[in-house]
Design a protein around this ligand. Sequence first.
Ligand code: ATP
Ligand code: MG
Ligand code: ZN
Length: 298
Amino acid sequence: MKLLCFERDNITQQCSPTQKGHVYSASFEFYPFHEGATYAIYKGVLSGEGPRDGQFCVVRTMLDRQAAEDDWTPLLRRADEARRLAAEFNKHLGYNAVVFEEPVLTQIEAVSDFTRLFRVFKPHDKRLKLKEFVALERYLEGEFRKPNILSQQAAACTGSHYNSNSNEDDVYSGMAAGDHPEMTRTEERDIIQAFSHFSWLETKQSLVVCGLQGVFDEEFRTFRFCNPVIHSKDKRFGESDGATAGIQEFLAKHRCNNHCNAFKSRRELRRDHNIFSPETNDKLMPSISRFLELANNT
Ligand SMILES: Nc1ncnc2c1ncn2[C@@H]1O[C@H](COP(=O)(O)OP(=O)(O)OP(=O)(O)O)[C@@H](O)[C@H]1O
Ligand SMILES: [Mg+2]
Ligand SMILES: [Zn+2]
């Protein structure tokens, strides 16, 4: 929208339809609230025909380029794979323990003339360009937890449960033990760890979903994650995909917990009823060293 002769808003075109067929555009802030290694991320509001109309979203832009549509393929692929695996994992648990946000693509429709002014007060690197491709995602409200966020403090926290079980891809690794009741945190961390392990088994040892970041919805006991890391044997999930080395690192640090054991024994039950092929059966419950062996045999 023009104000006098100035373009007032940052806005996107209508996005490609979500899996439920809804289409939105977004109007978003003059400066990104986060610039990280890969993305400049803006807060915005959706408008369109669908239940998310009027809700906050993030507009994820590529920091180092004016992205073309293809530049987003790895992010979309990661989200699809993680969502598919989460749906299976949730079936095992019987409730929505883990949910991944669905990013949808669109292009920049208008860049506000006020962004230049805001660059003075809020210096940032990203320069938006008309027609560049961006991804829209739900804005995750609440305490955003990142993998490995406080690992430095964890190192100092000798003897803590978190430290002894630490995993760099664990959202809670290094969380100071006094921050929250330990049982709750341990339980939450176990679900995340079990999900990563599950992704490994469910994909017949071809990938691990980790680097899980997002928020925890206390009411529904649901993790809402975005932008996961996936390490895959054939390195098909973009730059953050650490391939076999990434898989090995996860497996070396992973410690199974009750949730892992529960889905492993359920799989074994199914195996006994010959649902899995004989080839898969051999690999169902490998030890960590067997995991490493399998990851090496690529
Ligand atoms: N959907 C979301 N809702 C709310 N905040 C978000 C969302 N996605 C990302 N963020 C915020 O942006 C930050 C960076 O996101 P992300 O890791 O996807 O980008 P990045 O470029 O890899 O950044 P970094 O290098 O800091 O990890 C997150 O830590 C979080 O604070
Ligand atoms: Mg990141
Ligand atoms: Zn496990």
